[in-house]
Design a protein around this ligand. Structure first.
Ligand SMILES: Cc1ncc(COP(=O)(O)O)c(C=O)c1O
Length: 323
């Protein structure tokens, strides 16, 4: 046990040292991660007053190319999130995309990566509000593998934590502070021996995972909760709805979903930039379908990974090449 812990600590230290040398962007300057420093009083650290994005890049060894997935869509969502928190990013949409690609290129990554832009209130002062504060904007990039299992399937629990409501803090905006809701649910699930949480809305409908949107397959139809059920309007979700309809000829219905539909669904999967497509094989200790990865999920996964790695010409416009 002690040897394993020591190994983990050494690996974490090696990662930290590597990360320290990556190039990041902070308020107009490109510098090493270790030189991009923020003060202890930074507003967003205390009050959650930031908005962010998570963007993946996939390495394609045949073409020796790194493809960034749905770059523009992510920055469009960031621009919408920014409006909710009265933040300002003094950079145009085109420039944001260009800046991100340049940063990845400067780091020279030849592997799967994750890009994290974040806009936040950076004044170093006390006081809960959104107005009369300094805004900052940063981007870091880091190597990134799988976030949750995508092969054997995961086991989920319905969380005792409800999803926050649009009139509490709007989940449509990717606000840093809101993620405490997800963190409570995720840790509760893992402490109870599950892999992931499924959160319900205040009125008891299925909402989403801690950092993923959710889809169910029932009697050949695909169901997913609508935006008014307090989901994050996921970019993967929108893309998958198109693929299910156009490439797999399936009926996709956006409607409120009852908790017990999770127990009678034929298939369930979670999706997101980080999670990609993660099959759910068990909810609250009830097997989903026959407890194995279902055919719709498997086919969709195959198609998705062809697309994101740049092996499907029809969907090349989802990708921005870095090199
Ligand atoms: C709460 C939540 N829901 C859904 C998603 C999936 O969104 P996307 O597909 O845009 O990554 C994420 C991931 O960012 C998330 O954090």
């Amino acid at each position: 046990m002690a040897i394993k812990a020591e190994g983990l600590a050494k690996a974490a230290e090696a990662r930290r040292k590597e990360q320290a040398q990556y190039w990041v962007y902070l308020d107009g300057e490109v510098k090493h991660y270790e030189d991009a420093r923020l003060g202890l009083m930074t507003h967003a650290l205390h009050y959650g007053t930031g908005v962010f994005e998570g963007i993946r890049g996939y390495w394609n060894p045949e073409h020796e190319q790194l493809f960034v997935l749905r770059l523009r869509e992510h920055y469009k969502r960031l621009q919408r999130s920014v409006r909710v928190l009265k933040l300002k990013i003094p950079i145009s949409l085109d420039e944001l995309c260009k800046l991100s690609v340049e940063l990845v290129r400067k780091n020279g990554f030849r592997q799967d990566i994750y890009i994290r832009p974040i806009a936040f209130k950076s004044s170093e002062e006390i006081g809960v509000r959104l107005h009369n504060l300094k805004d900052s904007f940063a981007i870091y990039v880091t190597p990134f593998g799988n976030y949750v299992d995508i092969e054997r399937g995961i086991r989920c629990m319905v969380s005792s934590w409800r999803r926050i409501d649009d009139n509490v803090a709007p989940p449509r905006a990717k606000i840093t502070g809101i993620y405490v809701n997800s963190a409570l649910a995720k840790t509760e699930a893992m402490d109870n021996g599950f892999d992931e949480a499924i959160m319900l809305t205040q009125d008891g409908h299925v909402c989403e995972g801690s950092a993923e949107n959710i889809f169910l397959v029932r009697d050949g139809k695909v169901l997913t909760p609508p935006p008014q059920d307090n989901i994050l309007e996921g970019i993967t979700r929108t893309g998958l709805i198109d693929l299910l309809r156009q490439e797999m000829d399936l009926d996709v219905v956006e409607r409120s979903i009852d908790r017990s539909e999770l127990y009678v669904a034929d298939e369930i999967f979670l999706c997101g930039t980080g999670a990609q497509i993660s099959p759910v094989i068990d909810v609250d200790r009830r097997p989903v379908g026959d407890g194995k990865v279902g055919p719709v999920t498997a086919q969709l996964q195959k198609l998705y990974f062809e697309i994101v790695r740049g092996r499907h010409p029809k969907y090349r416009d989802w990708l921005t090449p870095v090199y």
